[in-house]
Design a binder for this molecule. Structure first.
Ligand code: UDP
Length: 238
């Protein structure tokens, strides 16, 4: 784990479901918020990006005959709901939070304004970036890479349901091996399942290390930040 002062934490929407099959489990969101709070109290500046897969994915809509772009806009709205749920949970723990959405929604949150986000971080607030990049045919992974680059984050932490990057799907192949570290080019060349290619390429071009870890295990975010957790780091050649 490289030394970090400011991080972008990306959480897939599905981790907000907890043990449910769909939607938001407020008790689990509160637990996640507790981990974010602890990370912030360790002195980090935190930008958050949350996916929407627990509610709606554009590809799933398209597979059932919807127009892809229309379905993607629904997916973006889902990420705003998740952002508001996380904001609520963080503020209930006393962590000041602002949501900035790439799809403007004046009544519920701010638009994305980089300089304003800087100001929030300087004041000790957590900034949640919602609606990905604000365009269809993208994912929140690309949104996370974009915000990590423009906010000059030292690392992109991807908290998901698997504990790193494997050379094969660990659910299907028991011999699958987890990497401790792997290069951006190997991830792209071997099509390893980390984030979509555009997100990985953006991180590579801006030299942002990607740390993939499981956010489902309690306390794991703190362990990963301390360099102790189980994780895979995606970075350039040593
Ligand atoms: N989405 C989009 N553009 C973006 C970000 C998200 O169109 O910049 C849509 C897309 O349909 C995606 C959905 O929002 O499927 C939810 O995001 P994502 O699949 O990235 O969520 P996650 O898998 O992280 O839960």
């Amino acid at each position: 784990m490289p030394p970090v002062r400011r991080v972008l934490l990306k959480l897939s929407g599905e981790v907000l479901m907890g043990e449910k099959q769909f939607g938001i489990d407020p008790a689990f969101v509160a637990e996640l918020a507790g981990e974010v709070k602890a990370a912030k109290e360790s002195g980090l500046e935190i930008c958050l990006v949350i996916g929407g897969g627990n509610i709606f994915r554009g590809m799933a809509g398209a597979a059932q005959g919807m127009e892809r772009a229309q379905a993607d806009y629904m997916g973006m709205l889902a990420t705003v709901m998740n952002a508001l749920a996380m904001q609520n949970a963080l503020e209930q723990l006393g962590v000041e939070t602002r949501v900035q959405s790439a799809v403007q929604m004046d009544q519920v949150c701010e638009p994305v304004i980089r300089r304003r986000a800087e100001r929030h971080l300087a004041k000790g607030r957590v900034v949640i970036f919602a609606a990905g990049v604000g365009a269809p045919y993208f994912t929140t992974d690309s949104g996370a890479a974009l915000r990590a680059a423009e906010m000059q984050c030292d690392a992109l932490l991807k908290g998901t349901s698997v504990d790193g990057v494997y050379d094969a799907d660990p659910k299907k192949d028991p011999a699958a091996k987890r990497f401790e570290a792997v290069t951006y080019d190997r991830v792209l060349g071997d099509n390893l399942k980390v984030m979509d290619a555009s997100a990985v390429a953006l991180c590579r071009d801006n030299r942002i290390p990607i740390v993939v870890f499981s956010i489902r295990e309690k306390g794991n975010l703190a362990r990963v930040l301390a360099g102790e957790g189980v994780q895979t780091i995606v970075q350039g050649e040593a």
